[in-house]
Design a binder for this molecule. Structure first.
Ligand SMILES: [Zn+2]
Ligand SMILES: [Zn+2]
Length: 343
């Protein structure tokens, strides 16, 4: 999928023409103070339903995070509506043409506690007080500076398959954990080092940058639009690409190849591989890296236990699942004692 950024009127017209009757998939986020998320949610739902918009949107007191699919012919109305909301005027949209129209089947607008789960309970810090946004070119310059500390704000299973050269990649399962680890590591350098951060699309760094500023870091930067926008920009402008490997994404593709380097290993045999899969056993569903050989040998399972379970009749599998609280979906991404080469 090709992603487009804030487009000029001409570029947008070309994109819409290309899309024809197709839909556009797009994503955006914005931190803002939303007094009544419920009311705001209803406002969005009524209008977007009218425009036949589909997608998954989270609204919280701290802002909005949206992944949408919009009929190309309604894009003008959609954009006008966004621009009419003061904190969404000219918000950066990542847009792609969707030829396979299955990305979203419904319009779901949900009110959440937060748009990025951070476990923070700090009323004194304002997430809108963010670090300096830098685009690809400036980012490349910054990360060559010996005074810079480059930090990957994603989780371990994301940075495992791809990251920027020389980045610190915390071995964490959650965003919350990396906030503390980085602060501890850099506590003596709050004033003299440049803290440069990146994540997939920018939403996590934006919060992290505000958090670190609040914690006394003086020079905080974040990669504008994250790895997604960086990749688009280095390609468009012919800049050096300092990212190696794959960019982990949270849809069915699981990863977007950026360079041919394979920096990870199959969690079962240890051979070079950077393909994430989910264990075939529904009750397990462990996210891990598996090469084709092992997939064949293990029937797409993470362990011999799971391999046995999937051979059982469906009813028996269901019965087993009912008794199990051991969902790997949330806590064990890429982590299991059963994986010899996992973490
Ligand atoms: Zn293997
Ligand atoms: Zn399994």
């Amino acid at each position: 999928m090709q992603l487009y950024n804030t487009l000029s009127a001409k570029e947008r017209a070309a994109l819409l023409e290309e899309a024809g009757e197709d839909r556009l998939t797009l994503s955006f986020y914005q931190y803002a103070k939303i007094g009544n998320p419920e009311l705001f949610r209803n406002h969005l739902f009524i209008k977007w339903d009218e425009l036949n918009v589909l997608g998954r949107i989270y609204v919280a007191h701290e802002g909005i995070n949206a992944q949408l699919s919009v009929p190309a012919k309604n894009f003008g109305n959609f954009k006008e509506f966004l621009d009419g909301i003061y904190f969404l005027e000219n918000v950066r949209l990542n847009i792609a043409i969707e030829h396979d129209l299955k990305s979203f089947l419904k319009l779901k607008v949900k009110v959440r506690n937060k748009i990025v789960a951070d476990g923070l309970n700090d009323e004194t810090f304002d997430v809108r007080n963010k670090g300096v946004h830098v685009a690809a070119e400036k980012f490349n310059e910054l990360i060559e500076d010996p005074n810079t500390v480059l930090v990957d704000m994603r989780n371990h299973y994301e940075s495992e398959i791809g990251h920027f050269k020389n980045a610190i990649t915390p071995d964490v399962d959650t965003f919350r954990d990396s906030l503390d680890i980085i602060e501890e590591q850099l506590k003596d350098h709050k004033e003299d080092k440049k803290l440069v951060m990146y994540c997939t699309g920018g939403i996590r760094c934006e919060k992290a940058s505000a958090y670190y500023k609040h914690k006394g870091f003086k020079n905080v930067f974040q990669l504008e639009g994250g790895i997604i926008e960086y990749t688009r920009e280095v390609n468009e402008k012919g800049l050096e690409n300092k990212f190696i490997g794959k960019n982990f994404v949270f849809d069915h593709r699981r990863g977007e190849r950026i360079t041919d380097d394979v920096i990870a290993n199959c969690h079962q045999c240890g051979n070079p591989c950077d393909n994430h899969v989910n264990c075939e056993n529904e009750a397990c569903h462990l996210l891990f890296i598996q090469c084709e050989e092992c997939a064949k040998q293990m029937d797409n399972c993470c362990s011999t236990e799971c391999q046995e379970i999937i051979k059982l009749p469906v009813d028996e599998q269901k019965a087993l699942r009912a008794g199990s609280h051991n969902s790997n979906k949330i806590f064990k991404k890429g982590r299991s004692e059963k994986l010899k080469f996992g973490k």
